[in-house]
Design a protein around this ligand. Structure first.
Ligand SMILES: C[S@@+](CC[C@H](N)C(=O)[O-])C[C@H]1O[C@@H](n2cnc3c(N)ncnc32)[C@H](O)[C@@H]1O
Length: 252
């Protein structure tokens, strides 16, 4: 199956512990630090829309872009079920997206940037983000760190389980330090009406980026005031930080 085709069925159920409100708080504080009040915000790699909907609830006008039709249809469903409307969800690739105009801020949550695995993908994505940001607009995103790829993902395997037992995901990692590529082999099991479980397999790949690769690509795209934080409180990263939160200002 395509990336996120199977996982979309259980993504929100298995991702329940992610504190999107805390990440949105961080984004709002970062907007204030950078002196930005976005008229429109792009959620790049919006997935099932958790962050898009959270920011929309806080009064931001939102656009969500994601490559996966399955993830986007969950996002739509959640928007309508939550009584929200007016969010533009677009099925596009982060390396080749087109918007109708510029936005004041771009956010990208939960390692979407690590899914840019090809040589030159970071440059393609970051230069489009720069192109569609207003002058002085802000780009906020996070990535899994090299420490996490080496010491947490490694070649480990996990079973993620929905509390009520209605869904399981078997997760096998394979990290190749030389190429920086980490393959995830996922087997998703969802309970059917008759109590039997349906299995669907998919493979995903993330790429490990160093600080230098990330800041180099941001600078080449035209970003300045680049800051890398180790937590949602603007703390400095340590050697064992698993996620970097990165902020950069669009200079034009
Ligand atoms: C870990 S999920 C994060 C989703 C969402 N931001 C969240 O916080 O729940 C990564 C998302 O990136 C999307 N993605 C991966 N590669 C992409 C690409 N090249 N262009 C657009 N979206 C992509 C996937 O479809 C998936 O929805």
């Amino acid at each position: 199956m395509k990336s996120y085709e199977a996982l979309s069925r259980v993504y929100d159920r298995l991702n329940g512990e992610v504190d999107y409100a805390a990440i949105a708080d961080f984004y709002e504080k970062a907007f204030a630090r950078y002196g930005v009040r976005p008229h429109l915000t792009l959620d790049l790699g919006c997935g099932t829309g958790s962050m898009t909907l959270e920011l929309a609830r806080r009064g931001y006008d939102m656009i969500g872009v994601d490559a996966s039709a399955e993830m986007l249809s969950k996002a739509y469903e959640r928007m309508w079920n939550g009584g929200q409307s007016g969010i533009l969800f677009l099925q596009q690739d982060m390396r080749a997206f087109e918007l109708y105009g510029t936005v004041g801020a771009v956010v990208s949550t939960l390692d979407c940037v690590n899914y840019l695995t090809g040589d030159g993908d970071l440059d393609k994505c970051f230069s489009l983000v720069h192109n569609y940001l207003d002058p002085d607009g802000v780009f906020l995103f996070d990535v899994n760190t090299p420490y996490k790829f080496k010491h947490v993902y490694g070649d480990n395997a996990y079973i993620l389980e929905e509390e009520d037992g209605s869904a399981y995901c078997g997760w096998q990692n394979d990290f190749d330090e030389e190429s920086g590529l980490c393959r995830f082999l996922l087997s998703v099991f969802t309970e059917e009406r008759d109590g039997r479980y349906a299995r669907a397999d998919e493979e995903q790949t993330e790429r490990c980026y160093s600080r230098e690769e990330l800041t180099g690509a941001l600078e080449r795209a035209g970003f300045s005031e680049i800051a890398i934080f180790g937590d949602l409180h603007f703390g400095a990263p340590t050697e064992t930080t698993e996620r970097w939160y990165i902020a950069a200002r669009c200079k034009k």
